[in-house]
Ligand binder design. Structure first.
Ligand code: HEM
Length: 199
């Protein structure tokens, strides 16, 4: 049994219900999802990340977290969208959520980054489910950190535990994570309402 640490517990408790709701409502997570649902999912993730990913990772992070290696998941998604047939200009013109989280404190940054780094865990599960429908395509987004996934997650959590060492810091990080999840869920819902297909 994994030893649960206080920061991780706070982040999980604040976001568990939102995650369950996402998993239950996302077309890409449904049993019969295929290429179309996956490409729509990528487009929406791109539109959510686009307005803050650079700012998030440009901030002051502990060296042990190796922020530069985590910092450009938009590039992973762009690689996949191009492979799906989209031109760079079409990708650049995708609708964006306009999410601009507060990132002034380390607690806020860890909360938002938890959502993005944690998503890589679920992505592995999603990748296995989608593999038969996507073959022979092996999208970059679904490869995530590959064999280094467990190490990336462990070092992220170790840094989070070291940084979020007071109840106030953990409360602020949890609030930031919940806010990020809520914005993503609202964005997915908005896109689903407007889009024809993927529903
Ligand atoms: C697309 C459908 C999704 C599925 C099927 C899914 C599934 C999962 C699964 C199975 C885990 C646990 C993995 C493990 O412990 O090894 C997980 C963890 C997580 N997922 Fe998702 N997920 C999905 C989407 C997302 C999205 C869109 C986000 C946010 C951007 C997200 C954020 C997280 C976080 C933060 C965790 C870490 C929880 C923790 O251990 O503290 N997931 N997901």
């Amino acid at each position: 049994m994994e030893k649960v640490s206080p920061a991780l517990s706070a982040l999980r408790d604040a976001t568990r219900a939102l995650h369950e709701q996402l998993e239950a409502s996302l077309p890409v997570a449904s049993r019969d999802a295929g290429r179309e649902e996956f490409v729509c999912y990528l487009q929406d993730m791109w539109g959510w990340l686009a307005t803050f990913e650079k700012r998030l990772w440009r901030a002051n992070w502990p060296e042990a977290l190796v922020a530069p290696a985590r910092a450009d998941k938009l590039a992973w998604i762009e690689q996949d969208l191009r492979a799906s047939g989209m031109a760079p200009a079409e990708i650049a013109a995708l609708p964006v959520a306009g999410y601009r989280p507060a990132l002034a404190t380390a607690a806020q940054r860890f909360g938002v980054a938890y959502v993005i780094e944690g998503a890589q865990l679920g992505t592995r599960v999603l990748g296995r489910a989608l593999a038969p429908a996507l073959e022979p395509w092996s999208p970059r987004w679904l490869q995530g950190y590959g064999d280094e996934q467990a190490g990336f997650w462990r070092s992220f959590i170790a840094c989070a535990e070291a940084e979020l060492d007071t109840p106030e810091a953990r409360r602020d990080a949890a609030a930031a994570a919940a806010d990020a999840f809520a914005s993503l869920a609202a964005w997915f819902a908005q896109r689903q309402r407007l889009r024809v297909g993927c529903n």
